[in-house]
Design a protein around this ligand. Structure first.
Ligand SMILES: Cc1cc2nc3c(=O)[nH]c(=O)nc-3n(C[C@H](O)[C@H](O)[C@H](O)COP(=O)(O)O)c2cc1C
Length: 385
């Protein structure tokens, strides 16, 4: 029996399977507002059978955006559009999740397909202008990037308040899972990593101090997010450079998260320190999820170059992770989850489309009988004369 298609209950939320859509910015928002693009994009992933659909990194303030195209939840008027998405996802069997984020030193960047670096004159001409950015320390991502201001006490208090307000809005929008983004070199990662945190106050120096702000925010979210709804945290389990955060540091961080009542650690990596000094093959981050799960007892989500249903099944069946997040492969095939169900033999062989939306599945089950009678299609595909 497939373990990937064994439902998972986290607090009061049951996921129909262990396949999640990894949070992926679409850079299509307008002033932080979602558009019909987002409803179609996330909607098709729910219609494609995923157990959890995580809406992309959603900025907690305008200055927290990576790009001008980021989704935001800094304003009550931004709730309605996201509520439409959450309700659609739920209606079609996917738990609606949302990642909330602050880009920190990687704010005010180019949309990746325009270059993935600091904004240039060409971006300015497109209307994308930079804004003042913040980080743990006044250290740019690289030479030539914007220099962030180190957050002071008031700035830290504002960031905490912004995350709390965004979480309340996510709840009002009807999301069931919330994920705190502590990965990929963004603000909270900049506090966690010794490569970017050069502070000498209570938020810098020792591992305890570097963890302080992410843990304060995780605690704030746990107090806001209802007890029957799960809280996820995405981490960069290791920095790109081996001189940065190690898996042992991340296990220690995850232990603290467990104490706060976090349910799942979503184990990514990198974003700080180049070149990336770890292996990058299929499922290269799975061992991080495995370590976090084994050493903390927390739920773990594996992500990164998981592209094949059998690979995803093996990760869950072997107990390396509780959930598998699919990123780019879900962009290539929004029906990945339903295709995986069939590929793994988890669908009823007589009615392989039974779990698809009935508007689609009923027709495809009917056609399946016909296709079986006909056998494989010939290259010409026509009935012989
Ligand atoms: C278009 C795109 C946008 C992304 N945006 C986010 C994001 O908003 N938040 C995040 O934590 N990771 C983001 N990521 C990283 C993915 O969630 C995922 O971790 C990564 O793509 C590796 O998984 P994959 O090999 O299945 O694609 C993004 C990746 C892509 C391709």
């Amino acid at each position: 029996m497939s373990q990937l298609f064994n439902p998972l209950t986290l607090r009061g939320v049951t996921l129909r399977n262990r396949l999640a859509v990894s949070p992926m910015c679409q850079y299509e928002a307008e002033d932080g507002f979602v558009t019909s693009y987002h409803l179609v994009h996330y909607g098709k992933l729910a219609l494609g059978g995923f157990g959890l659909v995580m809406v992309e990194a959603t900025a907690v303030s305008p200055e927290a955006r990576i790009t001008h195209g980021d989704v935001g939840l800094w304003n009550d008027t931004q709730v309605e559009g996201l509520a439409g998405i959450a309700s659609f996802l739920k209606r079609h069997g996917a738990a609606p999740g949302i990642q909330i984020a602050h880009a920190g030193p990687k704010a005010a960047m180019q949309r990746p397909y325009y270059g993935d670096g600091p904004l240039t004159a060409e971006d300015h001409a497109r209307g994308d202008h930079p804004w003042p950015i913040v980080s743990a320390s006044a250290q740019p991502v690289e030479k030539g990037w914007l220099v962030p201001a180190a957050l002071d006490a008031d700035g830290i208090a504002k960031v905490r308040a912004d995350f709390a307000a965004a979480a309340r809005r996510a709840l009002a929008a009807g999301f069931e899972v919330i994920e705190l983004h502590c990965a990929h070199g963004y603000l909270l990662n900049s506090f966690l990593s010794p490569l970017t945190n050069r502070r000498s106050d209570a938020y810098g120096g020792s591992p305890e101090n570097r963890m302080r702000l992410p843990l304060e925010i995780a605690r704030d979210l746990r107090a806001i997010w209802p007890q029957d709804k799960p809280l996820f945290v995405r981490i960069s389990a290791v920095d790109g450079s081996r001189a940065g955060v190690t898996i042992e540091d991340s296990v220690a961080f995850a232990r603290e998260l467990a104490g706060i009542g976090v349910d799942v650690v979503d184990c990514s990596s990198g974003g700080i320190g180049r070149p990336y000094e770890h292996p990058t093959g299929y499922g290269h981050q799975v061992p991080y999820a495995e370590r976090v799960k084994a050493e903390t007892g927390l739920g773990a989500m594996a992500v990164g170059l998981i592209v094949d249903p059998r690979q995803a099944e093996a990760i869950v069946a072997s107990g390396q992770a509780d959930l598998v997040a699919i990123g780019r492969e879900a962009l290539r095939d929004p029906n990945f989850a339903f295709h995986a169900e069939q590929a793994l033999g988890a669908a009823n062989p007589e009615t392989p489309f039974a779990n698809w939306p009935p508007q689609i599945g009923w027709w495809l089950n009917g056609r399946e009988n016909k296709l079986r009678q006909l056998g494989p299609v010939s290259p010409a595909g026509q009935v012989a004369a």
